[in-house]
Design a protein around this ligand. Structure first.
Ligand code: ADP
Length: 452
C-alpha cells in the first residue's frame, strides 16, 4: 500500500469507533472527524510556513508557538494509540479554540479569529451530539464577552488596544453568535432526518431477514413433505400392483375356463372388471413414473434428440400407420439431460398429439427448436382437436383431464410428468392452442443443466 494509503488507514483506525454499525449516526460523525484529521495534518503543515514567515518578520512568536502546538496536537490526535475517539475530538476542538483566541488576540478583529470561531461551532455540530454543539455556542459567547471586556478596559495586545472598537465588536460578535446559533439548530435537523432514514432502512432489513427465515423454513418443510408424498405414492402404487395383477389374472382365468357356463351378462361384468383392472394398472404405472421423476434417474448425459425422436416414432409405428400420421422434426440439437426423463417428455407429447387427433384429417406433428443462449426452446405442434382457452394451464395439473375415458383413454398424469421433468431441467412448459385447429406445446430446458 502507498504511503498516503497507509497514513489514511492509521488515522481511520484511531479516529473511528469500529464497534459502531454503519446505521449509527455517530459512526458517520466519527468518519467525518477522521477525514478532517487526515487532510488537516498536511494542510496545517502548509499553513505553518507562512505562519513562520509572519512570526519572524513581525516578531509574533506566540503565533508561531500556537501553530507548533496545534500541529503537534494533531499528530497526537491522529497517531497516539489507546486514546478514545471522544477524547481525540475534544482535544482537536480545544486546539482550534486555542488558535482562534491567539489569532483574535494577536491579529485583532479583522484577522481570521472570528472565522475560526464560526468554523468551530459548525464543526462541533457536525462531529458531536447536540449538547456539545450547545456548549460550543456558549464558549463562543464567553470568548466574545471576554474580548468585549478587554476592549472596554483598553487592556491587552497592541491590536486589541489600537484596532478594536466597541461598537464594531458588538456588531461583528453578535452576527457571529447569530450564525453559530442558526447552525446549532439547522444542522441537527439534517442529522435527525438521516437517522430516521437509517432507522427505517434497519426496520425494513430486519423484517426482510425475518421473512426470509420464515420462507426458508417453509421451503424446507415443503420439500420434506413433497419427498414424503412422493415416497408414499411410490410405495402405495408399487404395493398395489401385485393384488391388482392377481385380480386381473383370476378374472381372465374365470373368463377362459367358465366362458361356456357364464351367460352374456356375466361375461360383460367380467369384461368391465378386466377393463377396470387394466386402467388401474395404467394409473399405477403413471403414478409410479410421476413419483420417480428426478428421484430414480438423475444421471445427466448427452442426448442426440434426432436419434431419440427416431426411436420414439418407431415405438408408435402402429398408431402412425393406422392414422396415416406424418411426424417431422427439424435438425434437432444434442442436449444435456437425464435420458429417461427426456424420453418420457417427448414420448408423452408425441403420444398425446397422436391420441388427440382430429378424426377428419390425418395427424401432422412437427418438432422444432430455438436456441435461446442459456436454454433450448422446443415446440411439439399438432393439428389435432386443440384445447379451449380456459384449460391451457389446468391441463398440466395432475389428474386433470378434459375428456372421459370412453372418448379418449388416459390417466391425466402425462402432462404433469412433463411439467415435473421440464422444471427439474431448469425450464418451463406451456401450450398455445386453437380449439378445432391444433396445439403447440412449448417447453424450455437449461443448456448446462445440473441436477439440484
Ligand atoms: P391424459 O392424456 O392421460 O388424459 P395428459 O396429462 O397427457 O393426460 O393430458 C391432460 C389433458 O390435456 C388431456 O386429457 C387432454 O384433454 C389434453 N391434451 C393433452 N395433449 C393434448 C393435445 N395434443 N391436444 C389436445 N388436447 C390435449
Amino acid at each position: 500500500m502507498s504511503f498516503w494509503g497507509n497514513y489514511k488507514q492509521i488515522v481511520l483506525r484511531n479516529c473511528v469507533d469500529h464497534s459502531l454499525e454503519e446505521s449509527h449516526l455517530l459512526y458517520w460523525r466519527n468518519k467525518l472527524f477522521a477525514a478532517t484529521v487526515q487532510y488537516l495534518i498536511p494542510l496545517s503543515l502548509v499553513a505553518f510556513i507562512p505562519g513562520l514567515y509572519v512570526a519572524v518578520v513581525t516578531d509574533m512568536w506566540p503565533l508561531l508557538i500556537a501553530d507548533l502546538l496545534v500541529v503537534l496536537a494533531f499528530v497526537v490526535i491522529a497517531f497516539a494509540p489507546g486514546l478514545s475517539v471522544h477524547f481525540r475530538k475534544s482535544l482537536m476542538t480545544l486546539c482550534l479554540y486555542g488558535v482562534s483566541v491567539v489569532l483574535l488576540y494577536e491579529l485583532g478583529m479583522y484577522g481570521p479569529g472570528m472565522l475560526y470561531l464560526l468554523a468551530i461551532a459548525i464543526f462541533v455540530t457536525l462531529i458531536f451530539e447536540f449538547r456539545y454543539a450547545l456548549a460550543s455556542v456558549i464558549a463562543n459567547t464567553l470568548i466574545c464577552t471576554g474580548f468585549g471586556v478587554m476592549i472596554y478596559l483598553d487592556w491587552g495586545s497592541s491590536y486589541v488596544v489600537a484596532e478594536y472598537d466597541m461598537e464594531a465588536w458588538i456588531a461583528v460578535s453578535s452576527n457571529l453568535l447569530f450564525l453559530c446559533t442558526v447552525s446549532l439548530f439547522l444542522i441537527p435537523q439534517l442529522f435527525s432526518g438521516l437517522q430516521q432514514a437509517f432507522d427505517k432502512r434497519n426496520a425494513v432489513e430486519q423484517e426482510l431477514k425475518k421473512n426470509q427465515m420464515v420462507l426458508k423454513e417453509s421451503l424446507i418443510q415443503l420439500e420434506e413433505k413433497n419427498e414424503e408424498l412422493e415416497k408414499f405414492a411410490y410405495i402405495a402404487s408399487h404395493d398395489l400392483k401385485e393384488p391388482l395383477r392377481m385380480v386381473r389374472n383370476f378374472m381372465e382365468l374365470l373368463q377362459k375356463k367358465y366362458s361356456e357356463s357364464l351367460d352374456e351378462k356375466a361375461q360383460k361384468y367380467i369384461h368391465f372388471a378386466v377393463d377396470g383392472a387394466q386402467r388401474m394398472t395404467c394409473l399405477i404405472d403413471d403414478l409410479l413414473n410421476y413419483s420417480r421423476v428426478g428421484r430414480l434417474h438423475t444421471e445427466v448425459s448427452r442426448i442426440d434428440l434426432n436419434e431419440l425422436i427416431k426411436e420414439i416414432t418407431s415405438d408408435y409405428y402402429p398408431d402412425i400407420e393406422e392414422g396415416s400420421a406424418v411426424i417431422t422434426a427439424s435438425d434437432l440439437p444434442v442436449i444435456e439431460a437425464v435420458e429417461v426423463s427426456a424420453r418420457m417428455l417427448f414420448q408423452n407429447l408425441i403420444s398425446n398429439a397422436l391420441k388427440y387427433r382430429d378424426g377428419n384429417r390425418p395427424p401432422k406433428i412437427s418438432i422444432s427448436y430455438e436456441d435461446l443462449q442459456t436454454h433450448w426452446k422446443f415446440c411439439v405442434e399438432d393439428n389435432g382437436i386443440g384445447i379451449e382457452g380456459d384449460y391451457l394451464e389446468k391441463i398440466f395439473d395432475i389428474f386433470k383431464r378434459l375428456h372421459t375415458n370412453t372418448e379418449y383413454s388416459g390417466t391425466g398424469i402425462g402432462l404433469a410428468i412433463c411439467k415435473k421433468i421440464v422444471e427439474q431441467h431448469g425450464g418451463k412448459i406451456w401450450v398455445e392452442s386453437v380449439a378445432g385447429e391444433g396445439s403447440c406445446f412449448y417447453f424450455t430446458i437449461e443448456k448446462t443443466f445440473l441436477q439440484n
